[in-house]
Ligand binder design. Structure first.
Ligand code: 2NL
Length: 339
């Protein structure tokens, strides 16, 4: 029996030293130490031993058991360590590798100016009105006192979808729709994209942006228009800015004016920015033509109003000193990053 125990011990030691996985280890533990294991079955035979031999064999059996238990525990620890180490190796992170830089976009200069314009007029109590970019000829021209064959139509090279439908050449049709829809008082701006069949160059694009404004109420005068434009220009170009109105003609306003702002670069003394004029044209405006009011169901004997149109591209080019309109539409991040 002593020989048997010793051979169990040696066999267990040999097998345990080859163990690769926790599962294998567990199988060996059961094989040697379990209730039906090899050691137990040897101990079962101890009854047949003499009284002298029994304690000796018992002691040896205990030693072998303790030896195997120790080996199992130690092998278990080693396996666990090995596993952990392998996992750590797998998960190694090289903190010295350069990171991937996120390419953050920037607000487009047109959006910056568009948002500023909206903020200024919202601050003065205006509401924002929107409408279709594909518009009926009626709203884009007829209702604005430009009937078929009117010479002013020629200055707005239009994209026609068919005889009755155009891409809007200004955002005025939005205002026509509001006037037909609601009773005065009306105080709105209509920001948005407009279209003209122009060839592309440094100052022209077939797509551009406008913010038009419209105020209709009893007793609205040219003085209200001028005061509004003064507040607007000071907010956008600075407290010291002044405006100058030059008589002009639009079919949809009477009287009409082109509006200049004192040069934001030199303050009016003359420089490159204003081509030595001291003034820069920023918008057109006027008192809404009685025919336009009438066409929209508003009695010109009771109500009056003013309207104005601001070119967003032109304003942004002035504000940011951009000399070529095409830069606005090329989406070059090196351009966009500058604002
Ligand atoms: C420009 C400046 C302007 C208007 C737009 C307008 C709108 C209605 C009635 C009357 Cl519904 N007027 N808008 C007025 C004056 C100027 O735009 O340079 N346009 C060609």
């Amino acid at each position: 029996m002593k020989e048997q125990l010793k051979s169990i011990r040696n066999q267990a030691e040999a097998e345990l030293s080859n163990v690769q996985t926790i599962q294998e280890l567990d199988n060996l533990r059961v094989k040697y130490l379990g209730k039906k294991g090899e050691l137990t079955s040897v101990l079962r035979g101890m009854g047949a031993l003499s009284n002298e031999e029994r304690p000796l064999v018992g002691q040896l059996a205990n030693e072998v058991r303790e030896f195997i238990e120790g080996k199992v525990a130690q092998t278990g620890k080693e396996l666990l360590n090995k596993q952990r180490f392998a996992k750590l190796q797998e998960e190694v992170i090289d903190v010295t590798i350069p990171g991937k830089r996120k390419n953050l976009g920037k607000k487009h200069p047109l959006s910056i100016v568009m948002d500023e314009l909206k903020d200024i007029f919202i601050g003065m109590g205006y509401e924002i009105a929107e409408g279709p970019e594909v518009e009926l000829d009626y709203y884009n021209f007829e209702a604005l006192n430009m009937p078929q064959g009117h010479p002013a139509r020629d200055t707005q090279d239009t994209f026609y979808v068919n005889d009755n439908i155009v891409l809007r050449t200004q955002t005025s049709p939005v205002q026509i729709r509001v006037m037909k829809d609601k009773k005065p008082p009306i105080k709105i701006i209509s920001p948005g994209r407009v279209y003209r069949s122009d060839a592309v160059d440094a100052t022209h694009s077939p797509i551009f942006h406008q913010v038009e404004g419209l105020v209709i109420d009893k007793g609205v005068t040219m003085g209200d228009l001028i005061g509004t434009l003064q507040v607007f220009v000071k907010s956008l170009f600075g407290e010291n800015s002044k405006i100058r109105l030059r008589p002009h003609h639009f079919p949809f306003t009477e009287p009409s004016a082109e509006v200049d702002v004192s040069c934001w670069s030199c303050g009016g003394s003359g420089c490159r920015m204003c081509k030595n004029e001291g003034w820069i044209e920023v918008l057109g405006a006027g008192m809404v033509h009685p025919k336009v009011l009438e066409e929209c169901g508003i009695d010109p004997e009771v109500y009056s109003g003013f309207a104005f149109g601001i070119g967003v591209e032109r304003t942004a080019m002035g504000r940011f000193n951009i000399d070529d309109l095409r830069l606005m539409y090329e989406n070059d991040i090196r351009f966009l990053k500058q604002f």
